[in-house]
Ligand binder design. Structure first.
Ligand code: PLP
Length: 401
């Protein structure tokens, strides 16, 4: 196992080994450079860090607890299962960590207008909340199919003063919403900051979002040391773009005794268009700003994806994950929709915690590992969000024969 210098990633141009980089229209280069510079200055400024920490505590509700899941542990009959409770944060998921950080940056750069993309609506809701808090104008792009599926989140965003713009192109979901957000940014770049919601896109987004999400792993590390006096044997997190996973993993990268597993959406199985398991069927390519592993056909056309959870339903994965996959530092697997629905119900029934469908992917794998490992081992699962947003969809799915 090689020694890792996690802080050396990415390089100055945003490369994680051969992945990442900056693949955008010329008109965005200046904005990205301005953002890189502002972010570098802010992250070196103790006043910025203190202000962010204050908002994370009083607005988002950090630190989030690390919870020993006694009944899930007993049910699996093996390793101890701990849950990192990002589901308890304001707006219901880890997305608020990044939205707060980037909103403070927008203020620092003097940008009074914020745009964002959203799939299921969680990132849109987090962005709408921070924009309301700081008095920023907010426009959220959302595929029109997603707007129908997640009507409640659309209403939440509007309640908090955001304008939600439907996108009718292509599959009318997340990928098209990102295209529209980038188009808006090109046009309004002087007044507008684009709050991207995951460790994806052109540099500096993958690094910046990772850094804003690192608080998850930093807290988890302290909390597990306090509870057990040692590091966990295994970390498990679901991977859409990869921000909750990278946020948890990053501060353990150099602890090679800690195994790390990212769980992608296995959907209905690995048939074409039936899943979003990029590591199971993807190839190297460029999409929406960065070079990474993408689900595509022989001609490089982006393939359709499917997952029961909208938050994991994307054809590409954050470049840093690919880098650590190559190094053998992070393993990847996937969970199918049917297994996910089972874990969703089991966690609800045994722990009194309704997990997001995204997070339920991590639960599938975490419970599987707990069964395989002995009772002297520890598995720590990132519960990235709560499942209130999903209960109606699950009710429909469970009605079907
Ligand atoms: C958005 C979301 C995800 C997926 O995004 P990542 O960037 O991969 O973390 C996972 N869980 C929840 C609850 C989400 O809202």
């Amino acid at each position: 196992m090689p020694a890792f210098d996690r802080l050396a990633q990415p390089d100055a141009a945003g490369h994680f080994g051969p992945y990442g980089g900056v693949f955008v229209p010329e008109t965005l280069m200046t904005a990205l450079e301005e953002l890189s510079k502002a972010y570098a200055q802010a992250s070196a400024d103790p006043a910025f860090r203190a202000e962010l920490a204050g908002h994370l505590a009083t607005f988002a509700g950090r630190p989030s607890p690390l919870y020993f899941a006694r009944r899930l542990t007993e049910h699996c009959g093996g390793a101890k299962i701990y849950l990192k409770r990002e589901d308890l944060l304001h707006t219901g998921a880890h997305k608020i960590n990044n939205a707060l950080g980037q909103a403070l940056l927008a203020l620092r750069m003097g940008k009074k207008r914020v745009i964002a993309e959203t799939g299921a609506g969680q990132h849109g809701v987090a962005t709408a909340a921070v924009c309301a808090k700081f008095g920023l104008e907010c426009v959220v792009y959302m595929g029109s199919v997603d707007m129908k599926r997640q009507a409640l989140n659309v209403f939440r965003m509007r309640l908090m003063g955001a304008e939600v713009r439907g996108v009718d192109a292509g599959q009318k979901t997340l990928k098209e919403a990102i295209n529209e957000a980038m188009r808006d940014w090109v046009t309004n770049v002087r007044t507008t900051h684009y709050i991207l919601g995951t460790v994806y896109g052109a540099h500096p987004y993958p690094k910046m979002v990772r850094d804003f999400q690192r608080v998850i792993g930093r807290e988890a590390r302290e909390q597990i040391l306090a509870a057990e006096g040692r590091l966990p044997d295994e970390l498990v997190a679901c991977v859409g773009g990869g921000s909750n996973a990278m946020g948890l993993f990053f501060d353990f990268i150099e602890d090679t005794s800690v195994r790390m597993t990212g769980v992608e959406a296995g959907g209905r199985g690995l048939g074409r268009g039936d899943h979003a398991a990029r590591f199971a069927g993807g190839r190297l390519g460029v999409l929406q700003g960065c070079k990474t592993v993408i689900l595509q056909d022989g001609d490089g056309q982006i393939e359709g994806t499917h997952s029961v959870s909208a938050g994991l339903d994307y054809a590409a994965v954050g470049p840093e994950h690919v880098f650590y996959r190559d190094l053998g530092r992070i393993q990847f697997t996937y969970a199918r929709d049917d297994e996910v629905l089972e874990a969703f119900q089991l966690c609800s029934k045994l722990e009194g915690i309704i997990p997001a469908l995204e997070s339920s992917h991590a639960l599938v794998q975490g419970m599987k590992r707990a069964r395989e490992l002995g009772p002297d081992k520890i598995v720590l699962i990132n519960l990235s969000g709560r499942g209130d947003k999903d209960v109606q969809q699950v009710a429909e799915l469970l009605k079907k024969p």
